[in-house]
Design a binder for this molecule. Structure first.
Ligand code: FAD
Ligand code: EPU
Length: 338
């Protein structure tokens, strides 16, 4: 296992934050995890597992060992005429896996095209976009139990998936390393193009036959037009979750702000886009030194170059305070603050 000492994490997080790790280990196997977690070598060190670093905010250096997940491999486990069960190493790149599915004609993840990061982190917050969530194609996963070194299987019901949530982000946080994820994909895809601008984009592309490739490309086009590419401007996608409020609360806001956007959840609850709230509170395009709020998408906090994680964290708190004052809503962070 390759272990480097005193390494800048700048290339390893999409905010591009220049904080140091005491050690950086490249993990390729369960044996590598054993070396980190079970042998004496790193016993006294704090430990964290990192995928693509696209949902973390480093507010300081990490004095212990950062284990970068590079467990690879994609294998077909089982198939019928209808579907296929595929196992994917947690260190595989999510978007490359989506492209592999599209190429092989396996449907279910095409609406999740171009989400950065690794396959192993995807169940952590049940990634979602354009009307699809990971849980819809999730079969099970294998995880390394840090306390014992054993591999444990988790099925869908064990993960308690919710909106940007699973047990790995909640009650058993930091207890497991996800090593392999199993997906059930369809050989007879049912397309879901009702969300947002997908239909319009397909029309603009001149598409008259729906294929996995076309839908994936439409999602890629929309995302590229809205979200900043971390290679150009540091960011971690949506910084906050879209809040879900009581219908009565929503109706009171609607009476005051007639352009408010919303998605009904059920009879009692309504989801409000945090981007709209943050824009309405005047933050869109805000910049202080090298940190700020993206000019096209107010839910995305950005690092223009030399910004620090602690400055972004401070800005996030100011935004939360202003949204509470203006709308009486608590914004919950989506990004993992280290
Ligand atoms: P990391 O940032 O490396 O880690 C995230 C958390 O998971 C950390 O707490 C880490 O310790 C933990 N973790 C990582 N790997 C493992 C593992 N193997 N086992 C256990 N814990 C682990 N998200 C969406 O849901 N939808 C979107 O549309 C979306 N769009 C985005 C757009 C942009 C431009 C960016 C930068 C981010 C976006 N995200 C989106 C957020 C992000 O891509 C996802 O959360 C992604 O799944 C994070 O993967 P990662 O490998 O980078 O995780
Ligand atoms: N909006 C504004 N101002 C803004 C941004 C958005 O008014 O600055 C309004 C838009 O006009 C639109 C609504 O808010 O009516 C929703 O905006 P958008 O379609 O861009 O999606 P979002 O709700 O901001 C969510 C996810 C994204 C996901 C997209 C597409 C969350 C927290 N974010 O964003 O996920 O890609 O929908 O499905 O649920 C992520 O999790 O990191 C992420 C990028």
């Amino acid at each position: 296992m390759i272990v480097q000492q005193n390494v800048s994490l700048k290339p390893y997080n999409t905010f591009g934050l220049d904080e140091n790790a005491g050690f950086l280990a490249i993990v390729n196997s369960i044996e590598d995890l054993d070396e980190i977690y079970q042998t004496g070598r790193f016993r006294s060190q704090k430990k964290m597992i990192l995928g693509g670093g696209s949902n973390v905010l480093f507010t300081r250096g990490f004095t212990g060992i950062v284990a970068k997940n590079e467990i690879h491999g994609i294998q077909i486990q089982n198939e019928t005429e209808e579907d296929v069960l595929v196992s994917v190493g947690a260190g595989e790149n999510w978007h490359q896996f989506v492209l592999w599915c599209v190429e092989h004609g396996y449907g279910g993840v095409e609406n999740l095209s171009l989400i950065p990061g690794t396959v192993g982190a995807a169940p952590m917050q049940n990634i979602g976009a354009y009307g699809t969530e990971l849980k819809e194609v999730f079969h099970s996963l294998e995880a390394y139990e840090i306390k014992t070194g054993k591999t444990v299987s988790f099925f869908k019901e064990d993960c308690k998936f919710g909106y940007r949530y699973s047990v790995f982000k909640g009650e058993i946080r930091d207890e497991y390393v996800i090593t392999k994820v199993f997906f059930k994909l369809s050989k007879k895809p049912v397309f879901n193009i009702s969300y947002g601008a997908i239909k319009d984009t397909l029309n603009k592309m001149g598409v008259d036959e729906l294929t996995l490739k076309n839908v994936s490309q439409a999602v890629i086009n929309i995302r590229q037009s809205k979200l900043p590419d971390p290679m150009d401007i540091g960011n971690a996608g949506s910084f906050f979750k879209n809040p879900i409020v009581e219908r009565l609360h929503f109706e009171a806001l609607e009476a005051e702000f007639d352009d408010i956007k919303s998605y009904p959840i059920d009879q009692e609850k309504v989801k409000i886009p945090a981007g709209w709230l943050i824009e309405k509170a005047g933050w869109k395009g805000y910049r202080d030194g090298d940190i700020g709020v993206h000019e096209k998408q107010a839910l995305v906090l950005v690092n223009h170059g030399m910004g620090r994680g602690k400055e972004i964290f401070k800005l996030a708190k100011e935004i939360q305070k202003s949204i509470q004052n203006k709308f009486g809503i608590d914004l919950e962070r989506e990004v993992n603050v280290i």
